[in-house]
Design a protein around this ligand. Structure first.
Ligand SMILES: Cc1cc2nc3c(=O)[nH]c(=O)nc-3n(C[C@H](O)[C@H](O)[C@H](O)COP(=O)(O)OP(=O)(O)OC[C@H]3O[C@@H](n4cnc5c(N)ncnc54)[C@H](O)[C@@H]3O)c2cc1C
Length: 471
């Protein structure tokens, strides 16, 4: 049999069920990736994420080549054109069967339906697999048969139905028959212009790097994860998110390796490891929300009442937030981290998102889009979930009156102000007693801006706006 593997959000060999099944069942295997700058831009994918994508494609091609699998890149006009590219390529190369791994976004599901129909009408077989999750979204249901909208019972069910066989992912690939196809990856013109200013040395490409990152985290940091994960100056989290977002590593691989370090226990043993597995399950929970509640993919809030919130818009405030000039050091340092690294610490994502949607009372969708445009790990479901959690418009979200005070957050989680100083060397001479909220004379001396808003007043304004929308 001759097979074609269509790579999308799964740029790896390890735990890749589409590739594995194609290899197990075919003599000849080829691969394709549809690269669409238009589609990437429609989904607000960050320039740094596209940079990372291209670097990973180049490495993927080499690994596939070692197995005699040739990777072809085709420039696509966007999802609605993909059916033509895939069915034409399959027909031209006499492909018997096309394999891919599922993606669960609205647009992706619609595209896959169109591709399946085009292949069926050309009498070409196809088969799809689930590589991004342990349970296919929508399969875990409440006692009433509804999709879960609260994390804790979702996770309880997730563990209850879990079987170790789900993690039967190790597989040794054998070389396939040589073909006369030649990969075009080196010659392909990605027409990529780097506009981000982040340090790419932080994010080496390739699945070996992803696995090494996972192993280093589990060996050295996971044990203290539940303690260290909230302190942004400690490199206490895995920083595996960019690799998960593009499928350079699978969540099953993450869970399996973590379980090996915890005697295969989910609920006992090392609290750091069980907490870390929880986070991987959060990722799956948000994919379920995206899949089961299509409104969140259409720019709608999960909580219907919050459609009536009268959001403000002030361009100067919006720019100050984006540029790290709000006058709140922890917010500004976090926004600088985003631009320097293309990544932001989870605690700070919550702090800046809550400041944006509560104190600034700006529409969460603007913040959500800005994050997507700048994150190397941009992932629609997690980003939407995080923004809707922070703005209290989402599922299982923070209550609207629970508003983080950025100065208290800073004092609690960046006690010595070391994170602030890392991203704001201008403030390096300030003592920890003043760095979280420098007095006016220090601000003038350090050329650091005054606060763009009053925390108390803006907090009351937000509570009032939410209360009014609720009544
Ligand atoms: C406003 C906001 C926006 C966010 N946007 C994204 C995004 O676009 N892409 C993204 O991957 N994550 C997003 N998150 C979740 C989280 O901040 C990142 O996954 C995490 O910071 C990545 O760092 P890490 O790999 O070191 O995480 P670790 O702490 O090591 O966790 C391991 C993995 O678990 C998953 N995870 C951890 N926390 C969460 C969470 N709260 N929700 C869902 N999955 C989680 C991630 O895949 C992460 O890589 C967002 C959170 C907020 C509050």
């Amino acid at each position: 049999m001759k097979s074609l593997v269509w790579f999308r959000g799964d740029l790896r060999l390890d735990d890749n069920p589409a590739l594995r099944n194609a290899c197990e069942n075919s003599e000849e295997v080829s691969a394709v990736f549809l690269f669409s700058p238009k589609q990437l831009s429609l989904h607000s994918e960050a320039n740094i994420k596209v940079d990372f994508l291209i670097k990973n494609l180049v490495l993927l091609e080499k690994k596939l080549n070692d197995l005699n699998i040739c990777l072809t890149i085709i420039e696509s006009e966007g999802f609605s054109f993909d059916k033509g590219y895939i069915s034409n390529l399959a027909a031209k190369n006499n492909i018997d069967k096309v394999f891919w791994n599922n993606q669960f976004g609205e647009d992706e599901l619609h595209r896959d339906l169109q591709v399946s129909e085009a292949l069926a009408s050309n009498k070409i077989n196809y088969e799809s697999f689930d590589d991004q999750v342990v349970y296919k979204p929508g399969t875990l249901k409440t006692g009433q048969g509804n999709p879960y909208s609260v994390f804790t019972p979702f996770k309880r069910k997730w563990i209850e139905f879990f079987e170790m066989d789900f993690l039967d992912i190790d597989y040794l690939y054998q070389k396939k028959s040589k073909t006369d196809h030649i990969s075009n990856v080196d010659a392909f013109n990605f027409n990529f212009k780097q506009t981000h200013k982040a340090d790419m040395d932080l994010w080496p490409a390739g699945e070996e790097e992803a696995i090494a990152r996972l192993q280093n985290f589990l060996k050295d940091k996971a044990i203290n994860y539940s303690k260290d994960r909230n302190d942004p100056i400690i490199d206490g989290t895995s920083r595996i998110s960019p690799y998960l977002a593009l499928g350079i590593i699978s969540s099953k691989r993450c869970i399996l390796e973590a379980l090996k370090h915890n005697n295969f226990e989910f609920s006992s043993g090392h609290i750091g490891i069980t907490k870390w597995i929880d986070e991987i399950v959060w990722r799956e929970f948000y994919k379920n929300i995206m899949f089961s509640f299509s409104k969140v993919s259409k720019g709608q809030p999960f909580q219907d009442y919050s459609k009536s919130i009268k959001w403000r818009f002030d361009k100067d405030e919006f720019d100050a937030w984006k540029e790290g000039k709000t006058g709140f050091p922890i917010i500004d340092a976090a926004m600088r981290q985003l631009l320097h690294e293309g990544w932001m610490h989870n605690r700070l994502r919550m702090v800046v998102a809550m400041f944006f949607t509560k104190n600034m009372l700006h529409d969460w969708r603007l913040g959500e889009e800005y994050f997507m445009q700048n994150l190397i790990d941009g992932d629609f479901a997690s980003n939407n979930g995080g923004w809707q959690w922070s703005s209290s418009t989402g599922t299982d979200a923070a209550p609207y009156f629970r508003i983080f005070n950025p100065i208290t957050q800073s004092t609690n989680f960046d006690k010595e102000g070391l994170f602030i100083k890392k991203y704001f060397p201008e403030l390096k001479d300030l003592d920890k007693s003043v760095i979280h909220n420098p007095p006016t004379e220090h601000r003038k001396y350090c050329k650091y801006p005054m606060q763009i808003l009053d925390l108390k007043e803006s907090r009351l304004r937000a509570i009032e706006a939410f209360k009014t929308a609720k009544n």
